[in-house]
Design a protein around this ligand. Structure first.
Ligand SMILES: Nc1ncnc2c1ncn2[C@@H]1O[C@H](COP(=O)(O)OP(=O)(O)OP(=O)(O)O)[C@@H](O)[C@H]1O
Ligand SMILES: [Mg+2]
Length: 224
């Protein structure tokens, strides 16, 4: 699903965010990306959805060099990627339901299918009572969950989530992980950047640690 070969990223003029990252993430994998603040986690996720371009190296997503795609080819690939941003990027003057519906509307899903999916996701994330609330009026933890719901709503093949549980209590964190595990069981490849060791401590999935933009360690995997 994802192949990075010797990827580096320098933000102008001279902030080195990533150096020499090579990693392959298989279709259907759940993959944790950890490391201290500033280690490069968000930068790596941004490269995977082409929000940033690498300074050096090759990035393939579903076999396509995403950093070289433009126009409709890039738009088509992006439709297969759901992203939950660390800073949310919600439309704050629209309701929770409208924000979640967006990704499905652009792919021309039927209105009644969209409505059902929105209600279902809000229920899974314990936000049913916020359906019609504009997201600007939600707490950070609530906004974070709407962001996640929007990312997974259209059942994308690849889901990128940046700090999905940063503002959440233990019970709500469990709900979020339950939803992500469900998406993963349905076949989605998921990359999760996180500081929250409660969500990867006991995992059987791979955990890659970045330190100062370099791969420090990759642990775990199915038979670890
Ligand atoms: N747009 C930008 N312009 C310049 N430097 C940036 C930019 N975005 C990130 N950086 C720098 O790149 C490095 C990696 O940042 P990144 O946001 O990827 O870290 P992170 O691991 O996600 O951190 P956190 O855990 O705090 O979210 C940091 O030194 C940061 O200051
Ligand atoms: Mg980050």
């Amino acid at each position: 699903m994802i192949e990075l070969i010797k990827v580096s990223k320098t933000y102008p003029p001279d902030v080195t965010a990533l150096t020499d990252i090579s990693v392959t993430i298989g279709r259907g994998e759940m993959f944790f990306l950890i490391g201290m603040s500033g280690a490069g986690k968000t930068t790596l996720l941004k490269l995977l959805c082409s929000m940033e371009t690498p300074t050096n190296g090759l990035i393939e997503v579903t076999g396509k060099p995403i950093h070289k795609l433009k126009g409709t080819a890039l738009a088509r690939l992006r439709q297969k990627i759901g992203v939950a941003y660390q800073d949310f990027k919600l439309l704050t003057d629209r309701t929770a339901a409208e924000n979640i519906a967006i990704s499905m509307e652009v792919s021309y899903k039927k209105p009644q299918i969209i409505r059902k999916r929105v209600v279902d996701l809000l229920e899974q994330l314990d936000l049913s009572d916020k359906h019609n609330t504009i997201t600007g009026e939600l707490s950070r933890g609530e906004q974070q969950r709407v962001t996640l719901a929007r990312a997974v709503a259209n059942s994308p093949a690849l889901i990128l989530v940046d700090e999905p549980t940063g503002n959440l209590d233990a019970t709500t964190t469990e709900r979020v992980m339950k939803l992500l595990n469900k998406c993963n069981s349905s076949g989605a490849t998921i990359v999760i950047a996180t500081h929250d060791d409660s969500i990867y401590r006991d995992t059987t999935h791979r955990v890659m640690e970045l330190r100062k933009g370099r791969i420090h360690a990759v642990n775990g995997g199915m038979n670890a």
